[in-house]
Write a protein that binds this ligand. Structure first.
Ligand code: XIL
Length: 426
């Protein structure tokens, strides 16, 4: 009997005698004793890979993702297939679609009237390429976060070319790589008192209501593949104010649709509150009206604000999770709802913890917990609410049954000469 057969035979005896393998002298390793590995957080194990939001979204034909800060994403680590940065890892694990929280706004892209800075937005596209993620563009025309120079430089004479050249340059740069563009953001504001409900924004003052159409037509030329989106907030509730605003948004969409303007989707921002009235049947009705024009709907900026909710972290988590649950079970079963993004992925990076305003700050000074992952990148109850609602919608809805955009009622979209641009005959 050689040494090896003896060891095998002896092991069998010992096993039969009930001795634990550790006690077997023959196979004991000479290696230095390793400390026991710290047990992996069981919660995290159960939320990555096929258990992630992005994977569940994929099964439901629903891109699910979040707003990100491209400057702090570990692009190099993502490229190398290993990052030690929890923010980057969570975005890679959970998001199938990304949007820049600020990096693609005018103020970020245009430090000077003639100079563009694409560093952060290029980084976002590079990252999404590595992560196999779709990208939403946010945004091409908005009344906020305009560069400091804008007020003194823009005039009624040059505003059209400022707008169209911006859209041509920015949407043109990323053409073919954008799932959808927020072409016009927050253009409706009934308190401004106009019969058409439009906001008295710098763009409206400079160009009149036609700026909206100009923006969409220019974007369609610059990136014919992106779904062009109108994005707005405070249209989720069935309260009198929000019903008025939602009605004005719908009228705007109908006007644009009737004129053949290529609006392909509506973004419902979905900055919700943990306290007070919650969304209901009026919102579903709105989503169906939008569907009847062949437009998709995206949940573009979801989070749940707890500034007015008393109680500790656990109480916040329960309330926030309930809002996610109710809201997503209300809207995701609608088959034209075709993407769902939260405004951030972790409480460590949310505007609600960065904005020193009464509508964001909790009176007790504690941090808000509005997102699916907490400050320490642990999933909270809202994560499970989201995932379960995505699954429920998957079972209830055939999402790819949505028809292509319907033919506009009047003349089709005609290629558009941009006034004041070099290519314009005018
Ligand atoms: C917010 C960002 O989250 C903040 O960091 C920034 O200071 C202000 O803008 N509606 C929108 C977003 O369309 O662009 C806003 O993002 C939130 C409200």
């Amino acid at each position: 009997m050689n040494r090896r057969t003896f060891a095998m035979q002896a092991s069998a005896w010992l096993l039969a005698a009930g001795a634990a393998p550790d006690a077997w002298p023959f196979f004991r390793k000479k290696k230095k004793q390793q400390p026991a590995p710290a047990p992996a957080a069981p919660a995290l194990n159960s939320v990555v890979g096929t258990a992630s939001l992005r994977a569940h979204g994929l099964l439901a034909a629903l891109p699910v993702g979040c707003a990100v800060v491209p400057e702090i994403l570990d692009l190099e680590g993502a490229r190398a297939g290993k990052t030690s940065d929890p923010y980057t890892q969570t975005v890679l694990d959970q998001a199938g679609i990304l949007v820049a929280e600020n990096a693609m706004k005018w103020s970020a892209l245009r430090p000077t009237p003639a100079g563009y800075d694409f560093a952060a937005s290029d980084r976002l596209f590079d990252f999404a390429h590595v992560g196999g993620q779709l990208v939403r563009g946010h945004n091409l025309c908005w009344h906020e976060q305009l560069p400091a120079w804008f007020a003194s430089v823009a005039t009624p004479e040059n505003a059209a070319s400022l707008l169209t050249q911006h859209i041509q340059r920015v949407a043109g740069r990323y053409a073919g790589r954008v799932q959808s563009w927020d072409v016009v953001n927050e253009a409706v504001h009934p308190p401004d008192g106009r019969p058409d409900g439009l906001r008295n924004s710098p763009w409206l003052r400079l160009l009149g209501p036609g700026y909206i159409e100009l923006a969409f037509r220019t974007a369609a030329q610059a990136d014919p593949q992106a779904r062009l989106t109108y994005n707005d907030y405070d249209i989720e509730l069935d309260t009198p104010d929000q019903e008025v605003k939602r009605g004005q948004v719908l009228l705007l969409l109908r006007r644009l649709h009737a004129r053949g303007i290529p609006v392909g989707a509506v973004g419902i921002q979905s900055h919700l509150q943990a306290t007070g009235p919650q969304p209901g049947a009026g919102l579903v009705q709105f989503i169906r009206e939008v569907a009847s024009m062949g437009m998709e709907v995206y949940i573009t900026e979801m989070d749940v604000n707890t500034h007015a909710l008393p109680g500790d972290a656990a109480a916040q988590d329960d309330a926030v999770a309930l809002v996610y649950d109710r809201y997503l079970r209300l809207v995701l079963p609608e088959p034209n709802v075709k993407a769902c993004l939260t405004w951030g992925i972790t409480d460590a990076h949310t505007w609600l913890n960065q904005t020193p305003k009464p509508w964001a700050e909790r009176p007790d000074g504690t941090r808000q917990r509005p997102l699916p992952f907490d400050d320490h990148y642990q999933p909270v109850k809202a994560f499970y609410s989201m995932r379960d609602a995505i699954d429920a919608a998957r079972a209830a809805t055939t999402r790819n049954a949505v028809a292509a955009p319907t033919a506009p009622q009047q003349q089709p979209f005609v290629p558009f000469a941009v006034p004041g641009s070099p290519s314009s005959p005018h």
